[in-house]
Design a protein around this ligand. Structure first.
Ligand code: PLP
Length: 390
């Protein structure tokens, strides 16, 4: 078995010996010709399913899927038009009236909102704090399907997915793991009995803030077929050009993630000592209560490129910092080459009650930073300049 950084570059397996085309081309075609004039039997893709229409299967998308399946150590992968399209397909494939879906209180807002909206079909959304202990307890409440994020947002907690997956397996509950923040560089949920792994490819995997995409990595042929069929019916396959950009992006995933993680560590330490900062949330810090879980779960001593911190003062001072950076742009999303700063009470926690925010520790003076690939000294100077305004 080849190692991850090799698979990220060569794992698509694309070869065109006859014409010598070196890179995976963009197969910008909606349709594929039937092999003979009889319409009954279309071509088959390499997974043995129909290859006749790009809403179902596309060579460029297929090449990306093979890379992602290898990186996540899965049987196969299905790429979607967005992370939310992947999550929607996962929910729909398993839930029906009377199902109970367990969702962390601290998770991507739209993942939670969609789960709650499913009440119109008789699905109950059960919320649990992302603390491993509470999540494990709630699993006992007749849960039909559970979703968890390896690293939470915006408090950057590391969840003990290993423990949760083990218990889910014992109880027969399929577990969806959203591995977007940790990436396959740190963790492979399928190796720990997760049912499926999900990514918003928009983040680290595509990595350049210019693609929206999602993926489901499955552990069995049966699940691959199930999701292939749901994606076909929902019409949510990724576009060939986006797949091309993502293939280009994922080739440098490991190098980017290593630098982003080491810069994030340096910035976390810098902020921890800064007089205008009261708290820093980053699992790599020796002061973090999540460091031991991270060290247990993650394959590498890297802790990702996202950290949060609290500014001394309240909303006024915090907005001043948000406005004060020049290099670091105030915009949502994460994982790309540009460093981005977000104000969680306007983004991740927008739909939360004050009470829920308090439970999670989200306050008016919290900011989240996604560290890009700029020189770390420039980033520290930018933050220092913005902090000196308050
Ligand atoms: C952890 C996580 N999962 C899923 C999503 C949804 O992905 P997308 O925006 O690609 O639909 C996001 C988006 O921010 C996210 O942060």
């Amino acid at each position: 078995m080849r190692r991850q950084s090799t698979e990220a570059i060569h794992g698509h397996g694309y070869q065109d010996r006859e014409r010598g085309v070196f890179k995976v081309p963009i197969y910008q075609t909606a349709i594929y010709e039937y092999p003979d004039a009889v319409m009954g039997e279309p071509r088959r893709s390499d997974r043995g399913l129909d290859l006749k229409y790009s809403r179902e299967e596309n060579y460029t998308v297929r090449a990306l899927e093979k890379i992602l399946a290898r990186l996540e150590k899965g049987f196969d992968c299905l790429a979607f038009g967005s992370g939310m399209a992947a999550i929607a397909a996962a929910y729909i494939s398993r839930l029906s009236a009377g199902s109970r879906l367990l969702v962390p209180l601290e998770c991507y807002g739209t993942t939670q909102e969609l789960a709650q909206n499913l009440s119109k079909f008789g699905v109950e959304c059960v919320l649990a704090r992302s603390d491993t202990g509470e999540f494990l307890e709630r699993l006992e409440d007749g849960i039909s399907l559970a979703i968890v994020e390896t690293i939470t947002n915006p408090m950057i907690r590391v969840v003990d997915v290993k423990e949760i997956a083990k218990r889910c397996k014992e109880l027969g509950i399929p577990l969806i793991v959203d591995n977007t923040f940790s990436t396959p560089i740190l963790y492979n949920p399928l190796e720990d009995a997760a049912w499926i792994t999900i990514h918003s490819l928009t983040k680290y995997i595509a990595g350049h803030n210019d693609v929206v995409g999602g993926a489901i990595i499955v552990g069995s042929e049966e699940d691959a077929k199930t999701f292939w069929n749901w994606r076909r019916k929902l019409g949510s396959i990724m576009a060939p050009f986006d797949a091309f950009l993502t293939i280009r992006g994922v080739a440098t995933l490991e190098a980017r993630f290593e630098k982003q993680s080491s810069s994030a560590m340096e910035i976390a330490e810098f902020l921890e000592d800064h007089p205008k900062i009261t708290e820093v949330y980053y699992p790599g810090l020796s002061s973090s209560p999540y460091k031991s879980v991270a060290d247990k779960l993650f394959k590498r001593r890297l802790y990702g490129g996202v950290l949060s911190f609290k500014v001394r003062g309240g909303q006024k001072e915090t907005i001043e910092v948000l406005r004060g950076t020049e290099l670091i742009k105030p915009t949502p999303s994460l994982g790309g080459v540009e460093s981005l700063l977000t104000y969680p009470i306007w983004t991740a926690a927008k739909n939360m009650s004050r009470e829920q925010m308090e439970v999670l520790g989200i306050s008016d003076n919290l900011l989240r930073l996604s560290v890009g690939l700029e020189d770390v000294e420039d980033l520290k100077e930018d933050l220092d300049r913005a902090l000196s305004r308050v």
